[in-house]
Design a protein around this ligand. Structure first.
Ligand code: NAD
Ligand code: ZN
Length: 341
């Protein structure tokens, strides 16, 4: 089969011929139809410090996928050949206290497909049956291929009650944009999204009914006055990983406000903890998706009118992976979906 492999410890990614994976008794074999390129894949492509410390080479990369089950392991009872699935890319252990309590997303032994287990940028993927998520007919393969990042957006946006609240999202990357659409869908009042990249802000305004703000040019205070907001945002969703964005968020959050942090900073950085203390702000880290509550919520919201398809800005055959990765690394696009059929 064809697979996109991190074959050498240097910048790049390579299409190689690989043996089709063998499945264990508790796994399914998925014929991959479509995949999404994630920021994580770009880190691996660029071979930055995080990738060098995390990813063993060679490794088939990729974790955002949709496809069809073509083989089921002997112990798998509730999935069938021909079923369309996406799936959770975090493979958890079952021995930790968290897992035994059903809080799988908190398992400290989690490994990631396409990071430290063979990934989804391939014609076939071996997946634990536990991780498979069947797709309703209304969710096609390209939407199925971006459920993983939509799940990050949903997990973050639903971390706090945002019904009727004013929400600030920092970072209009694909996840921030989808987070904005989710905030709108579930009934936030004002949803403001910031970035410093005009292309990204333009895309945000097209995909979701939000107020895009370029913080390189506009003061957030002015936007707040225009919207009639006096004290600040009730809830913040940090989706950039940029230190300046967190400073800005803390400065514009109400007393007692709540901030969910998804963005991953490139390195440790100082911020004004005093402001967090005196303003009694709650900070909550968000990682991955809740298994499988986030999956349930996002499928339900897609079936009840949440529309995030506009975040997909390019569709290409897998053979054009080089162009796709260069484009993803340039940072102007939304989601790029590769076709493996
Ligand atoms: P992305 O890199 O495509 O988007 C981040 C955006 O932030 C960019 O558009 C960038 O221009 C913008 N930005 C930079 N400086 C800013 C500033 N000062 N103010 C506002 N915006 C600014 O990322 P993405 O794929 O949308 O993911 C969002 C973040 O979430 C990233 O940091 C990513 O690493 C992280 N992430 C975390 C998890 C998790 O489980 N915690 C999972 C996936 C992604
Ligand atoms: Zn991803």
């Amino acid at each position: 089969m064809r697979a996109l492999v991190k074959a050498k410890p240097e910048q790049g990614i390579w299409m190689e011929e690989r043996a089709r994976p063998e499945i264990g008794p508790k796994e399914v074999l998925v014929r991959v139809h479509k995949t999404g390129i994630c920021g994580t894949d770009v880190h691996i492509y660029k071979w930055d410090a995080w990738a060098q410390n995390t990813v063993p080479v060679p490794m088939v990369v990729g974790h955002e996928f949709a496809g069809e089950i073509v083989e089921v392991g002997s112990d798998v009872k509730d999935l069938a050949i021909g079923q369309r699935v996406s799936g959770e890319g975090h493979v958890v252990g079952m021995n930790s206290r968290a897992s035994r309590a059903g809080k799988f997303h908190l398992d400290p032994e989690t490994r990631g497909i396409g990071v430290n287990l063979p990934g989804a940028f391939a014609e076939y993927l071996a997946l634990p049956a536990f991780n498979a998520v069947p797709l309703p007919d209304s969710i096609d393969d390209e939407l199925g291929a971006i459920l993983d990042p939509l799940g990050n957006a949903v997990h973050t946006a639903l971390a706090f009650d945002i019904v009727g609240e004013d929400v600030l999202i920092t970072g209009a990357g694909p996840i921030g944009i989808m987070g904005a659409a989710v905030a709108r869908h579930v009934g936030a009042r004002h949803v403001v999204i910031t970035d410093v990249n005009p292309q990204r802000l333009e895309l945000a305004g097209k995909v979701a009914d939000v107020v895009p703000v370029n913080v390189a040019e506009t003061e957030l205070r002015d936007v707040m006055s225009r919207l009639g907001m006096k004290e600040g945002f009730d809830v913040g969703l940090e989706m950039s990983g940029a230190p300046a964005a967190l400073d800005e968020m803390i400065a514009h959050t109400v007393m007692g406000g709540r901030i969910a942090l998804l963005g991953i900073p490139a390195q440790p950085f100082p911020f004004d903890l005093g402001k967090v203390v005196f303003r009694m702000i709650t900070l909550k880290g968000i990682y991955g998706r809740e298994m499988f509550e986030t999956w349930h919520k996002m499928l339900a919201m897609l079936e009840s009118g949440l529309d995030i398809r506009g975040v997909i800005t390019s569709r290409m055959p897998a053979a054009d992976y080089q162009k796709a990765f260069e484009s993803a690394a340039a940072g102007g696009e939304g989601k790029i979906v590769l076709d493996w059929q």
